[in-house]
Design a binder for this molecule. Structure first.
Ligand SMILES: [Zn+2]
Length: 412
Protein backbone atom coordinates (compact mmCIF):
# COMPACT_ATOMS: atom_id res chain seq x y z
CA UNK A 1 0.00 0.00 0.00
CA UNK A 2 1.55 3.23 -1.17
CA UNK A 3 0.41 6.84 -1.27
CA UNK A 4 0.91 9.58 -3.86
CA UNK A 5 0.05 13.12 -2.83
CA UNK A 6 -0.23 15.57 -5.74
CA UNK A 7 -0.41 19.27 -4.88
CA UNK A 8 -1.18 21.91 -7.49
CA UNK A 9 0.16 25.07 -5.87
CA UNK A 10 -2.58 27.70 -5.66
CA UNK A 11 -4.65 25.58 -8.08
CA UNK A 12 -7.90 26.44 -6.29
CA UNK A 13 -9.54 29.76 -7.26
CA UNK A 14 -12.69 31.85 -7.05
CA UNK A 15 -15.29 32.07 -9.85
CA UNK A 16 -14.03 34.45 -12.53
CA UNK A 17 -16.15 36.83 -14.57
CA UNK A 18 -14.06 36.05 -17.67
CA UNK A 19 -15.03 32.38 -17.33
CA UNK A 20 -18.75 33.00 -16.89
CA UNK A 21 -18.48 32.73 -13.11
CA UNK A 22 -16.63 29.42 -13.27
CA UNK A 23 -13.26 28.73 -11.67
CA UNK A 24 -10.25 27.70 -13.79
CA UNK A 25 -10.60 24.16 -12.33
CA UNK A 26 -14.26 24.07 -13.38
CA UNK A 27 -13.57 25.40 -16.87
CA UNK A 28 -10.42 23.39 -17.69
CA UNK A 29 -10.68 19.98 -19.39
CA UNK A 30 -9.67 17.54 -16.65
CA UNK A 31 -10.91 14.01 -17.41
CA UNK A 32 -8.30 12.35 -15.17
CA UNK A 33 -8.94 14.56 -12.14
CA UNK A 34 -12.66 13.97 -12.64
CA UNK A 35 -12.07 10.23 -12.67
CA UNK A 36 -10.18 10.45 -9.35
CA UNK A 37 -13.12 12.42 -7.92
CA UNK A 38 -15.67 9.94 -9.36
CA UNK A 39 -13.93 6.87 -8.02
CA UNK A 40 -12.77 8.53 -4.81
CA UNK A 41 -13.93 10.36 -1.74
CA UNK A 42 -13.98 14.16 -1.96
CA UNK A 43 -14.17 17.16 0.28
CA UNK A 44 -12.96 20.67 0.82
CA UNK A 45 -10.12 21.67 3.11
CA UNK A 46 -9.27 24.74 5.16
CA UNK A 47 -5.52 24.32 4.88
CA UNK A 48 -4.77 26.53 7.90
CA UNK A 49 -8.15 27.69 9.21
CA UNK A 50 -11.35 29.03 7.59
CA UNK A 51 -10.69 32.42 6.01
CA UNK A 52 -6.96 32.46 6.74
CA UNK A 53 -4.86 32.85 3.57
CA UNK A 54 -2.01 30.34 3.93
CA UNK A 55 1.57 30.94 2.90
CA UNK A 56 2.96 28.14 0.74
CA UNK A 57 5.31 27.10 3.54
CA UNK A 58 2.79 27.04 6.39
CA UNK A 59 0.29 25.35 4.05
CA UNK A 60 2.68 22.50 3.31
CA UNK A 61 3.54 22.12 6.99
CA UNK A 62 -0.19 21.63 7.58
CA UNK A 63 -0.56 19.20 4.65
CA UNK A 64 2.27 17.13 6.15
CA UNK A 65 0.38 17.04 9.46
CA UNK A 66 2.26 19.69 11.48
CA UNK A 67 0.38 22.50 13.18
CA UNK A 68 2.08 25.51 11.59
CA UNK A 69 1.19 27.71 14.56
CA UNK A 70 3.38 25.41 16.72
CA UNK A 71 6.33 24.69 14.46
CA UNK A 72 6.75 27.60 12.04
CA UNK A 73 10.06 29.40 12.50
CA UNK A 74 10.05 31.67 9.45
CA UNK A 75 10.30 31.26 5.73
CA UNK A 76 14.04 31.90 5.45
CA UNK A 77 14.97 28.60 7.05
CA UNK A 78 12.96 26.51 4.58
CA UNK A 79 14.39 28.41 1.62
CA UNK A 80 17.93 27.81 2.94
CA UNK A 81 17.33 24.09 3.56
CA UNK A 82 15.69 23.87 0.12
CA UNK A 83 18.83 25.15 -1.65
CA UNK A 84 21.00 22.73 0.28
CA UNK A 85 22.48 24.79 3.11
CA UNK A 86 22.91 22.61 6.20
CA UNK A 87 21.39 24.76 8.92
CA UNK A 88 22.63 24.60 12.50
CA UNK A 89 20.32 25.20 15.48
CA UNK A 90 21.43 28.79 16.14
CA UNK A 91 21.71 29.96 12.55
CA UNK A 92 19.44 32.70 11.29
CA UNK A 93 18.31 32.34 7.68
CA UNK A 94 16.82 34.86 5.26
CA UNK A 95 15.21 34.55 1.89
CA UNK A 96 16.66 37.30 -0.22
CA UNK A 97 15.92 38.95 -3.55
CA UNK A 98 18.24 40.57 -6.03
CA UNK A 99 16.66 43.96 -6.67
CA UNK A 100 17.24 47.16 -8.58
CA UNK A 101 17.75 50.15 -6.29
CA UNK A 102 18.30 53.78 -7.34
CA UNK A 103 21.30 55.79 -6.13
CA UNK A 104 19.20 57.42 -3.42
CA UNK A 105 18.05 54.02 -2.11
CA UNK A 106 14.60 53.67 -3.70
CA UNK A 107 13.67 50.13 -4.77
CA UNK A 108 12.79 50.36 -8.46
CA UNK A 109 12.35 46.67 -9.19
CA UNK A 110 12.08 44.10 -6.38
CA UNK A 111 13.15 41.28 -8.72
CA UNK A 112 15.79 43.07 -10.83
CA UNK A 113 13.69 42.47 -13.94
CA UNK A 114 13.17 38.79 -12.95
CA UNK A 115 16.87 38.26 -13.64
CA UNK A 116 17.62 34.82 -15.12
CA UNK A 117 18.93 32.06 -12.90
CA UNK A 118 22.36 31.73 -14.52
CA UNK A 119 23.23 35.43 -14.17
CA UNK A 120 21.84 35.57 -10.65
CA UNK A 121 23.88 32.51 -9.63
CA UNK A 122 27.07 34.21 -10.81
CA UNK A 123 26.21 37.39 -8.91
CA UNK A 124 25.44 35.31 -5.80
CA UNK A 125 28.91 33.77 -6.02
CA UNK A 126 30.43 37.25 -5.93
CA UNK A 127 28.81 37.79 -2.52
CA UNK A 128 30.45 34.73 -0.98
CA UNK A 129 33.15 35.73 1.47
CA UNK A 130 31.73 39.19 2.23
CA UNK A 131 32.18 39.69 5.98
CA UNK A 132 30.59 42.21 8.33
CA UNK A 133 33.44 44.24 9.87
CA UNK A 134 31.32 45.33 12.86
CA UNK A 135 30.76 41.70 13.87
CA UNK A 136 33.63 39.61 12.47
CA UNK A 137 32.45 36.57 14.49
CA UNK A 138 29.50 36.18 12.11
CA UNK A 139 29.90 33.91 9.10
CA UNK A 140 27.76 34.61 6.03
CA UNK A 141 26.58 31.75 3.77
CA UNK A 142 24.95 32.72 0.47
CA UNK A 143 23.42 30.41 -2.10
CA UNK A 144 21.37 31.13 -5.20
CA UNK A 145 17.87 29.59 -5.41
CA UNK A 146 15.87 30.34 -8.59
CA UNK A 147 15.68 33.48 -10.75
CA UNK A 148 16.07 36.55 -8.49
CA UNK A 149 15.89 34.53 -5.25
CA UNK A 150 18.74 33.56 -2.95
CA UNK A 151 19.08 32.15 0.53
CA UNK A 152 21.39 33.65 3.12
CA UNK A 153 22.38 32.20 6.47
CA UNK A 154 24.11 34.02 9.33
CA UNK A 155 26.15 31.78 11.60
CA UNK A 156 27.79 32.84 14.82
CA UNK A 157 27.18 33.60 18.50
CA UNK A 158 24.33 35.79 19.74
CA UNK A 159 22.03 36.04 16.68
CA UNK A 160 18.23 36.31 16.59
CA UNK A 161 15.46 35.94 14.04
CA UNK A 162 13.60 38.86 15.68
CA UNK A 163 14.54 41.43 13.04
CA UNK A 164 12.50 43.24 10.39
CA UNK A 165 12.73 42.86 6.59
CA UNK A 166 14.60 45.37 4.43
CA UNK A 167 12.22 44.65 1.55
CA UNK A 168 9.65 47.48 1.29
CA UNK A 169 7.27 44.89 -0.32
CA UNK A 170 6.25 47.23 -3.14
CA UNK A 171 8.42 49.10 -5.67
CA UNK A 172 9.10 52.86 -5.65
CA UNK A 173 9.59 52.79 -1.90
CA UNK A 174 12.92 53.24 -0.11
CA UNK A 175 14.93 50.21 0.95
CA UNK A 176 14.04 49.69 4.62
CA UNK A 177 16.52 49.61 7.44
CA UNK A 178 16.62 46.29 9.31
CA UNK A 179 15.36 46.88 12.86
CA UNK A 180 15.41 44.69 15.98
CA UNK A 181 11.89 43.49 16.86
CA UNK A 182 12.62 43.03 20.55
CA UNK A 183 15.01 44.56 23.10
CA UNK A 184 17.52 41.70 23.08
CA UNK A 185 21.21 42.32 22.28
CA UNK A 186 20.90 39.39 19.82
CA UNK A 187 18.27 41.17 17.72
CA UNK A 188 20.29 44.39 17.81
CA UNK A 189 23.44 42.57 16.65
CA UNK A 190 21.58 40.73 13.86
CA UNK A 191 20.02 43.97 12.58
CA UNK A 192 23.47 45.62 12.53
CA UNK A 193 24.89 42.71 10.53
CA UNK A 194 22.02 42.85 8.02
CA UNK A 195 22.38 46.61 7.56
CA UNK A 196 26.14 46.37 7.06
CA UNK A 197 25.75 43.47 4.61
CA UNK A 198 23.17 45.48 2.66
CA UNK A 199 25.79 48.22 2.20
CA UNK A 200 28.65 45.84 1.42
CA UNK A 201 26.55 43.87 -1.09
CA UNK A 202 25.58 47.08 -2.88
CA UNK A 203 29.26 48.01 -3.25
CA UNK A 204 30.16 44.58 -4.65
CA UNK A 205 27.18 44.47 -7.02
CA UNK A 206 27.44 48.07 -8.24
CA UNK A 207 30.90 47.37 -9.69
CA UNK A 208 30.20 43.85 -10.94
CA UNK A 209 30.85 43.45 -14.71
CA UNK A 210 27.48 41.69 -15.12
CA UNK A 211 25.68 44.80 -13.96
CA UNK A 212 27.72 47.02 -16.27
CA UNK A 213 26.70 44.72 -19.14
CA UNK A 214 23.07 44.80 -18.03
CA UNK A 215 23.11 48.59 -17.93
CA UNK A 216 24.55 48.71 -21.47
CA UNK A 217 21.84 46.30 -22.65
CA UNK A 218 19.15 48.47 -21.05
CA UNK A 219 18.35 45.86 -18.38
CA UNK A 220 17.77 46.80 -14.72
CA UNK A 221 20.95 46.09 -12.72
CA UNK A 222 20.75 43.60 -9.84
CA UNK A 223 22.54 46.06 -7.58
CA UNK A 224 21.05 45.31 -4.17
CA UNK A 225 19.91 42.42 -1.99
CA UNK A 226 16.62 42.61 -0.09
CA UNK A 227 16.39 40.62 3.17
CA UNK A 228 13.09 38.97 4.14
CA UNK A 229 11.60 36.32 6.40
CA UNK A 230 14.29 35.80 9.06
CA UNK A 231 13.97 32.30 10.47
CA UNK A 232 15.68 29.60 12.49
CA UNK A 233 15.92 25.85 12.03
CA UNK A 234 12.47 24.30 12.54
CA UNK A 235 12.22 21.26 14.79
CA UNK A 236 9.93 18.78 13.11
CA UNK A 237 9.41 15.19 14.22
CA UNK A 238 10.26 13.36 10.95
CA UNK A 239 7.28 11.77 9.20
CA UNK A 240 9.12 8.46 8.79
CA UNK A 241 9.56 8.09 12.55
CA UNK A 242 5.95 9.12 13.19
CA UNK A 243 4.47 6.57 10.79
CA UNK A 244 7.22 3.99 10.18
CA UNK A 245 7.21 4.29 6.39
CA UNK A 246 9.49 6.08 3.90
CA UNK A 247 8.69 9.44 2.30
CA UNK A 248 10.01 11.06 -0.89
CA UNK A 249 9.38 14.44 -2.51
CA UNK A 250 9.45 15.63 -6.11
CA UNK A 251 9.50 19.38 -5.71
CA UNK A 252 11.73 21.78 -7.64
CA UNK A 253 10.61 24.92 -5.74
CA UNK A 254 13.28 25.60 -3.09
CA UNK A 255 10.89 26.82 -0.40
CA UNK A 256 8.55 23.82 -0.55
CA UNK A 257 11.49 21.46 -0.99
CA UNK A 258 12.86 22.90 2.26
CA UNK A 259 9.61 22.09 4.06
CA UNK A 260 9.64 18.55 2.65
CA UNK A 261 13.28 17.96 3.63
CA UNK A 262 12.66 19.42 7.11
CA UNK A 263 9.76 16.93 7.46
CA UNK A 264 12.20 14.12 6.70
CA UNK A 265 11.29 13.46 3.07
CA UNK A 266 13.98 12.35 0.63
CA UNK A 267 14.30 14.91 -2.15
CA UNK A 268 14.35 13.41 -5.66
CA UNK A 269 15.72 15.81 -8.31
CA UNK A 270 14.05 15.61 -11.73
CA UNK A 271 15.58 16.97 -14.91
CA UNK A 272 13.21 19.41 -16.63
CA UNK A 273 11.23 20.13 -13.46
CA UNK A 274 11.68 23.87 -13.01
CA UNK A 275 9.05 25.12 -10.58
CA UNK A 276 7.70 27.46 -13.28
CA UNK A 277 4.95 27.28 -15.93
CA UNK A 278 7.58 25.79 -18.27
CA UNK A 279 8.08 22.72 -16.10
CA UNK A 280 8.07 19.19 -17.54
CA UNK A 281 5.16 17.67 -15.61
CA UNK A 282 5.45 14.30 -17.35
CA UNK A 283 9.09 14.01 -16.23
CA UNK A 284 7.76 14.46 -12.69
CA UNK A 285 5.04 11.88 -13.31
CA UNK A 286 7.59 9.30 -14.48
CA UNK A 287 9.88 10.11 -11.55
CA UNK A 288 6.97 9.70 -9.13
CA UNK A 289 6.07 6.26 -10.52
CA UNK A 290 9.72 5.25 -10.33
CA UNK A 291 10.03 6.57 -6.75
CA UNK A 292 7.05 4.43 -5.70
CA UNK A 293 9.23 1.36 -6.23
CA UNK A 294 11.50 2.58 -3.43
CA UNK A 295 9.32 4.76 -1.18
CA UNK A 296 5.96 4.27 0.50
CA UNK A 297 4.80 7.86 0.16
CA UNK A 298 5.60 10.19 -2.73
CA UNK A 299 4.72 13.87 -2.67
CA UNK A 300 4.59 15.63 -6.07
CA UNK A 301 4.39 19.41 -6.21
CA UNK A 302 3.60 21.61 -9.23
CA UNK A 303 4.14 25.35 -8.84
CA UNK A 304 3.04 26.76 -12.22
CA UNK A 305 -0.64 27.13 -11.29
CA UNK A 306 0.30 29.56 -8.53
CA UNK A 307 2.69 31.56 -10.73
CA UNK A 308 -0.04 32.03 -13.37
CA UNK A 309 -2.52 33.16 -10.70
CA UNK A 310 -0.09 35.74 -9.31
CA UNK A 311 0.33 37.06 -12.86
CA UNK A 312 -3.48 37.31 -13.21
CA UNK A 313 -3.30 34.92 -16.17
CA UNK A 314 -6.26 32.52 -16.04
CA UNK A 315 -5.50 31.03 -19.48
CA UNK A 316 -2.03 29.86 -18.40
CA UNK A 317 -3.54 28.66 -15.12
CA UNK A 318 -6.03 26.50 -17.04
CA UNK A 319 -3.24 25.17 -19.27
CA UNK A 320 -1.22 24.26 -16.17
CA UNK A 321 -4.28 22.54 -14.66
CA UNK A 322 -4.71 20.50 -17.86
CA UNK A 323 -1.04 19.52 -17.75
CA UNK A 324 -1.40 18.47 -14.10
CA UNK A 325 -4.42 16.45 -15.26
CA UNK A 326 -2.19 14.59 -17.71
CA UNK A 327 0.24 13.89 -14.89
CA UNK A 328 -2.58 12.62 -12.66
CA UNK A 329 -3.72 10.32 -15.49
CA UNK A 330 -0.27 8.84 -15.95
CA UNK A 331 0.37 8.26 -12.25
CA UNK A 332 -3.09 6.81 -11.55
CA UNK A 333 -2.69 4.38 -14.46
CA UNK A 334 0.58 3.08 -12.97
CA UNK A 335 -0.29 2.65 -9.30
CA UNK A 336 -1.49 -0.72 -8.06
CA UNK A 337 -4.94 -1.63 -6.77
CA UNK A 338 -4.17 -1.15 -3.10
CA UNK A 339 -2.40 2.20 -3.48
CA UNK A 340 -3.92 5.60 -2.73
CA UNK A 341 -3.75 8.87 -4.63
CA UNK A 342 -4.68 12.22 -3.12
CA UNK A 343 -5.10 15.38 -5.17
CA UNK A 344 -5.35 18.84 -3.66
CA UNK A 345 -3.97 22.38 -3.55
CA UNK A 346 -2.00 24.12 -0.81
CA UNK A 347 -4.25 27.20 -0.92
CA UNK A 348 -6.58 29.20 -3.12
CA UNK A 349 -4.77 31.78 -5.23
CA UNK A 350 -7.19 34.31 -6.69
CA UNK A 351 -6.38 35.07 -10.32
CA UNK A 352 -8.32 38.32 -10.04
CA UNK A 353 -6.85 39.27 -6.64
CA UNK A 354 -3.39 37.94 -7.67
CA UNK A 355 -2.77 36.69 -4.15
CA UNK A 356 -3.39 33.83 -1.73
CA UNK A 357 -6.90 33.73 -0.32
CA UNK A 358 -8.51 32.02 2.67
CA UNK A 359 -11.12 30.04 0.69
CA UNK A 360 -11.02 26.26 1.17
CA UNK A 361 -9.41 24.01 -1.48
CA UNK A 362 -10.82 20.85 -3.08
CA UNK A 363 -9.44 17.46 -2.08
CA UNK A 364 -10.05 14.03 -3.61
CA UNK A 365 -8.67 10.70 -2.39
CA UNK A 366 -8.80 7.67 -4.62
CA UNK A 367 -8.04 4.14 -3.41
CA UNK A 368 -9.41 0.65 -2.83
CA UNK A 369 -11.21 1.18 0.45
CA UNK A 370 -12.46 4.77 0.35
CA UNK A 371 -16.20 5.28 0.72
CA UNK A 372 -16.91 6.45 -2.82
CA UNK A 373 -19.32 9.39 -2.81
CA UNK A 374 -21.55 11.00 -5.46
CA UNK A 375 -19.02 13.63 -6.63
CA UNK A 376 -18.29 13.22 -10.35
CA UNK A 377 -15.89 16.07 -11.10
CA UNK A 378 -12.90 17.64 -9.40
CA UNK A 379 -13.46 21.29 -8.48
CA UNK A 380 -13.90 23.69 -5.58
CA UNK A 381 -17.72 23.47 -5.77
CA UNK A 382 -18.28 19.82 -6.68
CA UNK A 383 -15.91 18.47 -4.00
CA UNK A 384 -17.86 20.43 -1.36
CA UNK A 385 -20.62 17.81 -1.76
CA UNK A 386 -18.28 14.88 -1.03
CA UNK A 387 -17.98 12.39 1.79
CA UNK A 388 -14.90 13.94 3.38
CA UNK A 389 -16.99 17.06 3.98
CA UNK A 390 -14.85 19.92 5.29
CA UNK A 391 -11.48 19.09 6.84
CA UNK A 392 -8.42 21.05 7.96
CA UNK A 393 -4.99 20.81 6.36
CA UNK A 394 -3.54 19.02 9.40
CA UNK A 395 -6.21 16.30 9.01
CA UNK A 396 -5.01 15.20 5.59
CA UNK A 397 -1.90 13.23 6.62
CA UNK A 398 -3.68 11.27 9.40
CA UNK A 399 -6.52 10.49 6.96
CA UNK A 400 -4.06 9.17 4.36
CA UNK A 401 -2.07 7.21 6.95
CA UNK A 402 -5.30 5.69 8.26
CA UNK A 403 -6.12 4.38 4.76
CA UNK A 404 -2.76 2.61 4.52
CA UNK A 405 -3.11 1.12 8.00
CA UNK A 406 -0.61 3.50 9.57
CA UNK A 407 -3.12 5.42 11.68
CA UNK A 408 -1.92 6.30 15.17
CA UNK A 409 -4.41 5.00 17.67
CA UNK A 410 -5.55 7.27 20.50
CA UNK A 411 -6.61 5.47 23.66
CA UNK A 412 -6.81 1.82 24.68
ZN1 LIG B 1 1.51 27.77 -2.49
Amino acid sequence: MKVVLIVGDGMSDRPLRELGKKTPLEEAHTPNMDEIASKGICGIMDVISPGVPPGSDTAHLALFGYNPYDVYTGRGAFEAIGVGIEMLPRDVAFRCNFATVSEDGVVIDRRAGRIDSETAAELARSLEGVKPSTHPDVEVLVKHATEHRLALVLRGPGLSKMVSDTDPESPQKPLEECKPLDNSPEAKKTAEVVNELTKLFREVLEHHPINRERAEAGLPPANAVLFRGAGTLPRLDPLSSQYGISFAAIVPTALIRGVAIAAGMKYIPVEGATGTTKTDVMAKARAAVDALKRYDFVFVHVKGTDNASHDGDYRTKMEMIERIDEMVGFISSKISGDDYLALTADHTTGTRARKHLGDPVPVAIYGAEVRVDDVRSYSERSCAKGGLCRIRGVDLMPILMNYVDRGRKFGA
